[in-house]
Design a protein around this ligand. Structure first.
Ligand code: SAM
Length: 212
């Protein structure tokens, strides 16, 4: 279903500068319409963020592709995602062969993503907790992607990243963020590349924004 729409979306991603063939293939294979509410299915392949309930969104496909390309996960690598939301980004990472560990703070979103993973038989480890604390049990991670915007880079995530691993996280105020693409050089040393003008929902937690 929606194969033509998926092809068109992949063409849009290419035009916008996504080059990694594996990432583009993953976008061709993962069916975004399965991760959005029924009334949104017709819009699932538009390059826009869509509401998924609880005031949250499934990110714009271009943003998911950009972050995935920046993370560049390799088959077998351990990748942690903060902000499961619909489960779509986790499914893209899984499609690329990564071992995915995803965390969501909203029970309803966590439960509905787990249901989709089970239905599609995706082996993705998911938990409901504050992702700014990471998931110590399985650390260190070869890559960490945060799909909500925080005021700073959580120290827990820096600690749980493997040396040579990458952490991709939007940092800024609640409306606009800069994407930080961080490489861990050693336990104390990090190198950061910054890409401006992203807009994510807030990262809420102990090392994020405080809940109102
Ligand atoms: N990756 C998601 C997808 O593919 O649908 C995008 C989800 S949305 C842009 C960001 C998600 O981060 C929301 O579902 C929100 O509840 C979640 N979130 C915010 N702060 C969090 C935290 N501290 N720990 C875990 N999840 C968090």
């Amino acid at each position: 279903m929606f194969e033509t729409e998926r092809k068109d979306l992949v063409e849009i991603l290419k035009k916008k500068g996504i080059r990694n063939e594996q990432v583009l293939k993953a976008f061709m294979r993962v069916q975004r319409h399965l991760f959005v509410p029924d009334i949104m299915k017709q819009h699932a392949y538009a390059d826009v963020a869509l509401p998924i309930g609880m005031g949250q969104t499934i990110s714009q496909p271009y943003t998911v592709a950009y972050m995935t390309e920046a993370l560049n996960p390799q088959p077998g690598q351990k990748i942690m995602e903060i902000g499961t939301g619909s489960g779509y980004q986790a499914a893209i990472l899984n499609e690329l062969g990564a071992r995915v560990f995803t965390i969501e703070r909203h029970h309803d979103l966590h439960n509905s993503a787990v249901k989709i993973f089970d239905k599609l038989n995706l082996k993705i480890a998911a938990r409901c907790s504050d992702g700014t604390l990471g998931w110590q049990e399985f650390a260190p991670y070869d890559g960490i992607v945060v799909t909500a915007g925080g005021p700073s880079v959580p120290e827990n995530l820096k600690k749980q990243l493997a040396v040579e691993g990458k952490l991709v996280i939007p940092v800024g105020d609640k409306k606009v963020q800069t994407l930080h693409i961080i490489t861990k050089i050693s336990d104390e040393q990090f190198k950061t590349r910054e890409v401006p003008y992203f807009a994510f929902v807030p990262l809420i937690g102990k090392e994020g924004w405080r809940e109102k």
